[in-house]
Design a protein around this ligand. Structure first.
Ligand code: NAI
Length: 351
């Protein structure tokens, strides 16, 4: 039986994977994240399985290759943590779960929007203290307002439909617009930022999208607009975000991700001195709601993640074509755009 080292494994991962595995792999669960320091844990494993904040850079990949690991299975959709060039050069296959439940993430974006707009976080804290005052809790009708959706892939298009259900006008920006997406008007990013009352980010983190929301973008937003980020933290320049909130230009932010989240998220850090000044400031702001990268966390999504990850490993070990391999050259962009990458056709990129 092949062994798989499961890094950054939480009780909910264990439950979903044990159920989906039904004994076909020896799954070795480790609470530790993958890094150079935790490489010895992979001894005897043919594959490893990692999540969003594990380090899959060149030194780690070299360590994996030296220990005979041939496969890195990401149990997530995003893949910005991986050095694909190094993986390709070392002959390590990288597979992911491109889609598990776009509803889980889009619905969490809605939850953040509703919480922020109607100040539910403050209201719940008040009523718990028997404070029934409504002062400071005024929100806006979303009906008739404009949503700006950045990235209309699997999650973004579900969020567009949710906004349409609320009676909002939907503007979108995407590197590969989908002309068939009904009721959505594609505009340049600057127009979207200038006109949207709510901006929600649903594009991947790539060199092109790093700090997509920087000082210039915030300055171009409609005053009082709300920003929702359930995608990746580094799409947003945290310093520019804080400045825009301080100036009162941005109305509020709902953040499920944060650019330096790997040091803090997913763990109980309540007894640790809050060294990250930006994060400490953001969580203390009344018009900011932060969740700990939990948008994926539904029963349905966890089951899909486990089933697809194990099916990916089955395909690798059986030598079957890999539908969920990430190609080094296009890094998933061709697949996301519904295009065919020549590298993927051959199982891996030869570029
Ligand atoms: P997807 O690949 O289906 O869609 C991404 C869309 O972004 C595509 O339409 C693509 O054309 C567009 N895009 C790519 N580069 C762009 C650019 N430079 N500018 C504008 N648009 C661009 O991905 P999916 O499944 O919708 O996921 C989106 C992101 O959500 C993931 O990359 C991941 O980072 C994040 N995510 C977050 C989760 C959470 O728990 N918070 C869970 C799952 C995904």
């Amino acid at each position: 039986m092949k062994s798989v080292a499961m890094f950054d494994a939480k009780p909910y991962d264990r439950e979903a994977f044990d159920r989906a595995n039904s004994g076909r792999y020896a799954l070795r669960y480790f609470e530790a994240k993958l890094s150079v320091g935790t490489l010895p844990l992979v001894e005897g494993c043919e594959a490893i399985c990692v999540f969003v904040n594990d380090e899959v850079d060149r030194p780690v990949l070299e360590g994996l290759a030296a220990r005979g690991v041939r496969v890195v299975a990401l149990r997530c959709a995003g893949y910005n943590q991986v050095d694909f060039k190094a993986a390709y050069e070392l002959g390590i296959t990288v597979v992911r779960v491109p889609a598990y439940s776009p509803y889980a993430v889009a619905e969490h974006a809605l939850a953040l929007l509703m919480t922020l707009n109607r100040h539910l976080h403050k209201a719940a804290a008040r009523t718990r203290e028997f404070n029934f005052s409504l002062v400071g809790l005024t929100g806006m009708d979303l009906h008739g307002k404009t949503a700006g959706v950045v990235g209309t892939g699997k999650i973004g298009r579900v969020f567009c439909a949710i906004c349409q259900g609320l009676g909002m006008h939907v503007l979108a920006f995407d590197a590969f617009p989908d002309a068939k997406l009904a009721g959505v008007t594609y505009v340049p990013l600057e127009t979207l930022l200038a006109e949207a009352d709510v901006v929600s980010l649903h594009c991947p983190l790539t060199p092109q999208t790093h700090h997509l929301m920087g000082a210039k973008a915030f300055a171009g937003m409609k005053p009082g607009a709300l920003l929702i980020n359930t995608s990746r933290g580094a799409l947003v320049d945290s310093a520019a975000l804080i400045e825009s909130l301080r100036e009162g230009r941005l109305g509020g932010a709902g953040l499920d991700v944060y650019e330096e989240e790997s040091d803090w998220f997913f763990e109980d850090r309540s007894a640790v001195v809050r060294q990250d000044k930006a994060l400490a400031l953001l969580v203390s702001m009344p018009n900011v709601v932060v969740t700990s990268h939990q948008a994926f966390l539904t029963r349905e999504a966890l089951a899909n993640i486990a089933e697809t990850t194990l099916a990916n490993l089955d395909d690798v070990f059986a030598g079957r074509p890999l539908v969920n391999e990430i190609c080094y050259r296009c890094q998933g962009q061709a697949q996301a755009a519904g295009m065919d990458c020549p590298g993927r056709k051959q199982g891996r990129c030869l570029g």
